[in-house]
Design a protein around this ligand. Structure first.
Ligand code: GAR
Length: 189
């Protein structure tokens, strides 16, 4: 069995979708979820699904911390960021080469970088009158949203689409594709 650890910061719709996708899977299992926000709704979702969830604070998530040691001891086959908004410490990137992946709610390299997450991305996409947006799944390196791209999917944006409508379209793509891409990464490596 290969095992995945998920990281999330917010509502956790992607976490819930990924957990459900791998329930009963013959080769891949979600071990647990880590969050940097102790009141994040993702914890309620984990409680409802019976998935172990752990929250940690700022000092726990830096080079040399006990959390990074714990992660190493857990030996995950893949660490999956699903709406996780903190930068990954360089030591963790080095400990897990090509074993941390992220989903970004836009077509990178557009609309990536520090501060570009969630609704901020969709606001910029709308402001720039983009005709399409989408999702990018990529490996995590030392720079925000700059790791090698694994897969992108796009969706058309109408000029009448609100930011919320763009967010809804992008979230639909995330839920449709992220679990399958995770599965492919684990199967190919
Ligand atoms: C998702 O849209 C994900 O792409 C985005 O946060 C959202 C989390 O939603 N991640 C980023 O913006 C990372 N830069 P969720 O909590 O409902 O899964």
């Amino acid at each position: 069995m290969k095992h995945i650890i998920l990281f999330a910061s917010g509502s956790g719709t992607n976490v819930e979708n990924i957990v459900k996708y791998f329930e009963g899977h013959s080769a891949i299992a979600v071990s647990c979820v880590f969050t940097n926000k102790r009141d994040a709704f993702v914890i309620d979702r984990c409680n409802a699904m019976g998935v172990p969830a752990f929250s940690f604070n700022g000092p726990a998530f830096k080079n040399g911390s006990i959390l990074l040691q714990i992660l190493k001891n857990l030996k995950p086959d893949l660490i999956v960021l699903a709406g996780f908004l903190r930068k990954i410490p360089s030591e963790m990137v080095a400990d897990f080469p090509e074993k941390i992946i992220n989903i970004h709610p836009a077509l990178l390299p557009k609309y990536g970088g520090k501060g570009m997450y969630g609704k901020h991305v969709h606001r910029e996409v709308k402001a720039n009158k983009e005709k399409e947006s989408g999702i990018t799944v990529h490996y995590v390196n030392d720079h925000y949203d700059e790791g090698a791209i694994i897969e992108q999917r796009s969706v058309s944006i109408a000029s009448s689409d609100s930011e919320d409508e763009i967010a809804r379209k992008v979230q639909e793509l995330e839920h449709l594709h992220y679990p399958r891409i995770i599965e492919a990464v684990l199967t190919e490596n």
